[in-house]
Each structure stands twice: as structure tokens, then as C-alpha cells.
Design a binder for this molecule. Structure first.
Ligand SMILES: Cc1cc2nc3c(=O)[nH]c(=O)nc-3n(C[C@H](O)[C@H](O)[C@H](O)COP(=O)(O)OP(=O)(O)OC[C@H]3O[C@@H](n4cnc5c(N)ncnc54)[C@H](O)[C@@H]3O)c2cc1C
Length: 279
């Protein structure tokens, strides 16, 4: 956005594009189910629709909240619909499991969105550097995710499986994702089994993947794990997204927690505005 507005832009990542959570997430673009983030999400959807070579179907794949018995507390814009049997919509789910279907959730894959934005930035003239370098610049945007001051890692493990469903499957309770206690919860997004929530040190991805496999049994039976990896979500220490000017040369945008793919582009637009206006 800054490059398109005529700025001379250099993007620096110590490991390369999509090296962090933006390349290692569950790959779902979805409503955050949190009223304070809804506007960011709606703007983000519009920005994705305007992104070349990033096709987004008009209708989402949909999310099935497995085991949910009520639509209470869910935002009306995701059109929550109670189902007595999730299996009626998704044959992979075991019999006897109720669900709420949400009209949100596009399975876009972990890296696709970030790579599409990087291609667009390149076309607009932005330069990409890999390494820890600080180019001389009148303005710097710090967007270092879990490695940013004021942010702490909340580790998540995802495992690639040979199972794939048409809906995103999520165990009921994951909608309160910001308050989930440490541990594992069942999600299946495309072929990615998840997810876990561990503060502190990086967990052993394969050990957690075995727990996820165990947790999946009650919803979809046996799944085969192909590979597993851990990555930190950038969780702000005070729970609030950081989007601020630190001084006359530095703007910070970080702490998107579990929602960076679903709200990140709108926050990037706001960060670009902060840089552009000098406000
Ligand atoms: C397991 C998991 C599943 C998730 N699933 C979803 C999902 O389905 N939908 C959704 O919306 N969100 C999801 N998220 C959240 C989302 O991935 C993040 O909120 C988002 O990617 C954060 O983006 P970011 O750019 O702030 O951080 P990152 O993508 O982590 O980028 C930070 C970058 O900073 C670089 N860096 C760090 N320090 C320096 C330095 N000193 N100099 C240069 N570069 C540096 C790192 O190499 C890294 O590439 C998930 C996250 C995880 C971990």
C-alpha cells in the first residue's frame, strides 16, 4: 500500500517472507467472532477481494462448531445455524455429534495470503531483504509478530494429515480462542489438524501432534499425521493489538494473536496511514 502510494519501501525479514506465523498458521480466513475485531475483518475481506491472484469464493467454506448446542453469543452476521447432526453436512464427522454451522471461514492455506501480498508489493516496486539489517530510513514500521516488545509467544502446533473435509471443523469452545486455557483443541482446516495453545517455551511439535490425533478421534475417528510443526502466535501482553506510533520515526503493528490472516491486511492499511500522515 505504501509502495503503491509512491513511497520507497524496503521489507526486511530475518528469515524471509512468511517465515513466521504468517506462513505457518492454520490457513483460515474467518470472522474473529469478537465484536471489537469485526470491522478489521470486514475491511480485510474487501482488501483480499481486491488482491490479484488470490481468488476468494463469494461464499465461505463454512465452519462447523462441533458439539455446540446453542447459537447464543455468536454474531448474527455469521448466520449461525443449529444442526442436530454435523454429519448431515460433513460425512467425515462421526454420528451423534451436534454442531453450529457458521457462514464464515475460507480455507486459503497457511502461506497463500502473505505470498500474494508480497507479489503485489514487488509489483509496486518494494524491495525485499533477508537478514537482520536496519536500512537507513526516515520511517520504520516494526511488524515482527511474536518477536516484538509488548508481545509474547502463544505456541500453536498444526499437523498435516491425509484427511480433508469441505468445511472447517472446530471443537466448540475454540470461538473463545483468546481465553482458551493452555492445551489442545480439535480443529481441521483443509488438511491441517490443530491446534494447541502453549505459553512460554516452544513445545515438542510431534508430541503435541499425537495429543491432537487423540483429540480428533472423538470427532472424526483415526487420522494419519504426515508432519507437524510449532509456531508462536503473537499474543499482546495486555490483550490489545499494538498499532501505534512510538516516535517520529517508528510505527509498530503487532499482536494479532490468532487472527492475523483474518484481520492483518486492514491493520496494515491503518499502519500505512499512520506512516503516510506522520500522525
Ligand atoms: C498455529 C497457528 C495457527 C493460526 N491460524 C490462524 C488462522 O487460521 N487464521 C488467522 O487469521 N490467523 C491464524 N493464526 C494467527 C496468524 O498466523 C498471526 O496472527 C499472524 O501471522 C501474525 O503476523 P505477523 O506478521 O505479526 O507475525 P509473523 O508472521 O510471525 O511475522 C513476524 C516476522 O518477523 C520476523 N522477525 C522477527 N524479528 C526480526 C528482526 N529483528 N529483524 C527482522 N525480522 C524479524 C520473523 O522472521 C517473522 O517472519 C495462527 C497462528 C498460529 C501460530
Amino acid at each position: 500500500m505504501l509502495a503503491e502510494a509512491g513511497a520507497d519501501v524496503v521489507v526486511v525479514d530475518r528469515l524471509g517472507i512468511a517465515a513466521g506465523a504468517s506462513g505457518r498458521n492454520s490457513g483460515v480466513l474467518q470472522h474473529p467472532l469478537d465484536p471489537s475485531l469485526a470491522a478489521w475483518h470486514l475491511e480485510t475481506l474487501a482488501l483480499y477481494r481486491d488482491l490479484d491472484d488470490f481468488p476468494l469464493a463469494d461464499e465461505p467454506d463454512g465452519i462447523l462448531l462441533l458439539g455446540a448446542l446453542s447459537t447464543a453469543g455468536l454474531p448474527p452476521e455469521v448466520r449461525p445455524e443449529l444442526l442436530s447432526q454435523a454429519r448431515d453436512l460433513e460425512p467425515a464427522v462421526l454420528p451423534g455429534i451436534p454442531a453450529v454451522r457458521l457462514s464464515t471461514g475460507w480455507v486459503v492455506g497457511p502461506r497463500a495470503a502473505t505470498e500474494a501480498w508480497a507479489r503485489r508489493a514487488t509489483r509496486a516496486g518494494a524491495h525485499f531483504l533477508t537478514g537482520v539489517v536496519v536500512p537507513e530510513a526516515p520511517q520504520t514500521l516494526i511488524a515482527t509478530g511474536a518477536w516484538t516488545d509488548g508481545v509474547e509467544p502463544l505456541w500453536g502446533v498444526t499437523a498435516t494429515t491425509q484427511t480433508r473435509t469441505t468445511h472447517v471443523l472446530e471443537e466448540a469452545g475454540v470461538e473463545g480462542i483468546t481465553d482458551i486455557p493452555p492445551g489442545e483443541i480439535f480443529t481441521l482446516c483443509g488438511d491441517l489438524l490443530g491446534s494447541s495453545f502453549h505459553p512460554g517455551e516452544e513445545p515438542d511439535a510431534h508430541e503435541v501432534a499425537r495429543k491432537l490425533q487423540h483429540r480428533a478421534r472423538r470427532f472424526i475417528g483415526e487420522v494419519e499425521i504426515v508432519s507437524a510443526r510449532a509456531c508462536p502466535r503473537p499474543r499482546p501482553k495486555d490483550g490489545k493489538l499494538i498499532l501505534e506510533r512510538r516516535d517520529e520515526r517508528v510505527v509498530v503493528c503487532a499482536g494479532h494473536g490468532p487472527w492475523g490472516i483474518s484481520i492483518g491486511p486492514a491493520t496494515a492499511r491503518a499502519a500505512a496511514d499512520l506512516i503516510g500522515s506522520g500522525a
